[in-house]
Design a binder for this molecule. Structure first.
Ligand code: PBG
Length: 333
C-alpha cells in the first residue's frame, strides 16, 4: 500500500498556501494605457469602457499623477488628434497631441516611463494603420517610412520607449534604423509582434476613434486561428531589433504567450479593450465579482508567461495591491 498523496495538506493551510504560490501580480509589471485628446479640459467618457476617458493634456497629467500615487511604473499613450488627413501627418508632427503630452508628462513627472503607440490609424481619415492606394489597399513599404518618422518624433519629445502596432512587415527594422540614425540608440522598441485581427479591439476603436472606414485589418493583422505564425512574426521582430515582444489580445491567446515566452525575450501581453469591457459589463450587473475576476484574468496572463501586462485595469489593480501590502505592514491580512 502506498500512502495517499495528499496535495491538500498544504492547500488547506492558509499560511503554507502562500509559500508555494507560483505567481503573483506585481504593480511593477503593469502598464496603464491612456488616451490623450487635443484641447483643454476634456474628459470624454468612453461609453463602452466604463472608467476610461479621452483626456486632454491637463486632465491627462492628473490621471498620470493618480497612477504614480499607486505605484504604476509606465503609461502607454494613444493620441486622438484634432485633425485627421489621408497620410496621418499629425502622427509625426512635432506639435502633435502625443508629442506634446510626452513632453508635459516628462516635465511634470520625470520618473514615470512613457511608452508611445506608433501607428497611423488614429491619425488617418480612412482609419487604416498605413497609407492606402486608390483601391483602398494598405501599402506596406511607404508606410514604413511614416512609422519611422512617428517613432523618431516621439523619441525627440522624450518617450522612454516606442511601441509600433501597425503590423507592417519590416516595421521594427526601419524604426530601429531611424532611431539609431537620430542618435536614439538607447530608446528600446516594444513590438506588437503577435497582433491578431481580433474583435476584442471593438471598444478601443470607439475610444481612439480609429475604426477603419472601409474594409478590415485582416490584410495585416494575424489570423486568429494561427499559432506557428505568431512565432515566425515574433522571431522576425527580434531579428530586426525588438527589445520587448508583445502578444495581443491576451486572454484568448494565453497559449501564444506561453510559446512566445520560450523565445527568451521579455513578453508583454495586452489585456485589450474588449477584455476590459466584458468584465465591466458583467460586474455592473452584479453577475460576477469584479475584483476576483480581474485578479484571476491577470494572474492567468502572468502564469502563461507574460512579464509585462498592459491593462486598463492597471490603476485599480495597483490600488488593491498597494492596500494589501500596507495592511500586511500593519499586521493585518
Ligand atoms: C492601433 C491599435 C489598436 C489597439 C492598440 N493599438 C486597435 C486596432 O488594431 O484596431 C487595440 C487596443 C485595445 O483594444 O485595447 N493599431
Amino acid at each position: 500500500m502506498f500512502p495517499v498523496i495528499r496535495l491538500r495538506r498544504i492547500r488547506q493551510n492558509e499560511k503554507l498556501r502562500k509559500i508555494v504560490r507560483e505567481s503573483s501580480l506585481q504593480i511593477n509589471n503593469l502598464v496603464y494605457p491612456l488616451f490623450v485628446a487635443e484641447g483643454k479640459n476634456i474628459k470624454n467618457p468612453v461609453i463602452s469602457m466604463p472608467g476610461i476617458y479621452q483626456l486632454s493634456c491637463d486632465n491627462l497629467l492628473k490621471e498620470v499623477e493618480g497612477a504614480i500615487k499607486v505605484g504604476i511604473p509606465a503609461v502607454l499613450l494613444f493620441g486622438i488628434p484634432g485633425q485627421k488627413d489621408e497620410s496621418g501627418t499629425q502622427a509625426y508632427s512635432d506639435q502633435g497631441v502625443v508629442q506634446n503630452a510626452v513632453r508635459a508628462i516628462k516635465k511634470n513627472f520625470p520618473d514615470i516611463a512613457v511608452i508611445t503607440d506608433v501607428c497611423l490609424c488614429e491619425f488617418t481619415i480612412h482609419g487604416h494603420c498605413g497609407v492606402i492606394n486608390s483601391d483602398g489597399e494598405v501599402l506596406n513599404d511607404p508606410t514604413l517610412e511614416l512609422l519611422a518618422k512617428i517613432a523618431v518624433s516621439h523619441a525627440y519629445a522624450g518617450a522612454d520607449m516606442v511601441a509600433p502596432s501597425a503590423m507592417m512587415d519590416g516595421m521594427v527594422g526601419s524604426i530601429r534604423k531611424a532611431l539609431d540614425a537620430n542618435s536614439f540608440i538607447n530608446i528600446p522598441i516594444m513590438a506588437y509582434s503577435a497582433k491578431y485581427a481580433s474583435a476584442f479591439y471593438g471598444p478601443f476603436r470607439e475610444a481612439a476613434g480609429s475604426a477603419p472606414r472601409f474594409g478590415n485589418r485582416l490584410g495585416y493583422q494575424m489570423d486568429i486561428a494561427n499559432s506557428d505564425e505568431a512565432v515566425r512574426e515574433t522571431r522576425l521582430d527580434i531579428e530586426e531589433g525588438a527589445d520587448i515582444v508583445m502578444v495581443k489580445p491576451a486572454l484568448a491567446y494565453l497559449d501564444i504567450i506561453r510559446r512566445i515566452k520560450e523565445l527568451g525575450y521579455p513578453v508583454a501581453a495586452y489585456n485589450v479593450s474588449g477584455e476590459y469591457s466584458m468584465v465591466k459589463a458583467a460586474a455592473m450587473r452584479g453577475w460576477i465579482d469584479e475584483r476576483k475576476v480581474i485578479e484571476e484574468i491577470l494572474l492567468s496572463i502572468k502564469r502563461a508567461g507574460a512579464n509585462i501586462i498592459i491593462t486598463y485595469f492597471a490603476k485599480e489593480v495597483a490600488g488593491w495591491i498597494k492596500k494589501d501590502v500596507e495592511n500586511v505592514a500593519e499586521g493585518g491580512l
